[in-house]
Design a protein around this ligand. Structure first.
Ligand code: SF4
Ligand code: SF4
Length: 164
C-alpha cells in the first residue's frame, strides 16, 4: 500500500517537473516565425540566388574562370564592325555578343567568387532564397538574350562561261 502512494506521488511530481518547463515558456518571448507571413531579416551580404544583368555583361569570362565548380557556361562571339556600338551601364564598350550565359544553380556552392572579378558589376548575389523547384533542370538559369548570328550563306558560284 505504501508503495502504491509513493508511485502516485512520484508520477505527479514527474508531471509537474515536465510542466514546469512548459509553464516557464508561457512567459518568455515567442521566437516562432510565422513563415511565410513573416521572414527573418537576412544578414548583410547574404549569399543567395545569382543574377546577371546581361545587358551589362561584356563577355569577359572572368566569372567563368573564377568559379571553382565550373557551373557557369558562356558562349560569345565578336560583334561585327558594322554593328552600332553598345556600352554597359558604366560605359564599358561591349565588343562581344553573349549568346549563352547559363548558371547551374544546382551545382553552385554560393561561394560568391564569380561576382568579385566582374568588371561591370552585372553579376551579383540577390537576397532571394526561396527558389526551390520540383524539376532539377529548372535550376539551369539562362540569362543570354542575344542569338548567335546566322552562319553566312554560301555565296553561289557565278555562272561560268561555257567552254568550247
Ligand atoms: S557562387 Fe561560386 S559556385 Fe556559384 S557560380 Fe559563383 S563562383 Fe560558381
Ligand atoms: S565577369 Fe561579369 S562581365 Fe565578365 S562575363 Fe562574367 S558576368 Fe559578364
Amino acid at each position: 500500500m505504501k508503495q502504491y502512494f509513493k508511485d502516485i506521488i512520484e508520477s505527479v511530481w514527474t508531471v509537474l517537473l515536465g510542466m514546469k518547463i512548459t509553464f516557464k515558456h508561457l512567459f518568455t518571448r515567442a521566437c516562432t516565425l510565422q513563415y511565410p507571413d513573416q521572414r527573418w531579416t537576412l544578414p548583410e551580404r547574404s549569399r543567395m540566388r545569382l543574377f546577371n544583368k546581361i545587358e551589362d555583361c561584356i563577355g569577359c569570362g572572368q566569372c567563368v574562370r573564377a568559379c571553382p565548380v565550373d557551373c557557369i557556361y558562356m558562349t560569345t562571339e565578336k560583334r561585327i564592325k558594322e554593328e552600332a556600338p553598345v556600352f554597359a551601364a558604366d560605359g564599358t564598350p561591349i565588343k562581344l555578343r553573349v549568346t549563352q550565359f547559363d548558371i547551374d544553380m544546382s551545382l553552385c556552392c554560393y561561394c560568391n567568387l564569380c561576382t568579385y572579378p566582374c568588371p561591370t558589376h552585372c553579376l551579383l548575389m540577390t537576397p532571394e532564397y526561396e527558389f526551390a523547384v520540383y524539376n532539377k533542370q529548372d535550376f539551369l538559369y539562362r540569362f543570354a538574350k542575344d542569338k548567335p548570328l546566322a552562319p553566312p550563306k554560301p555565296v553561289p558560284h557565278a555562272p561560268q562561261p561555257a567552254t568550247r
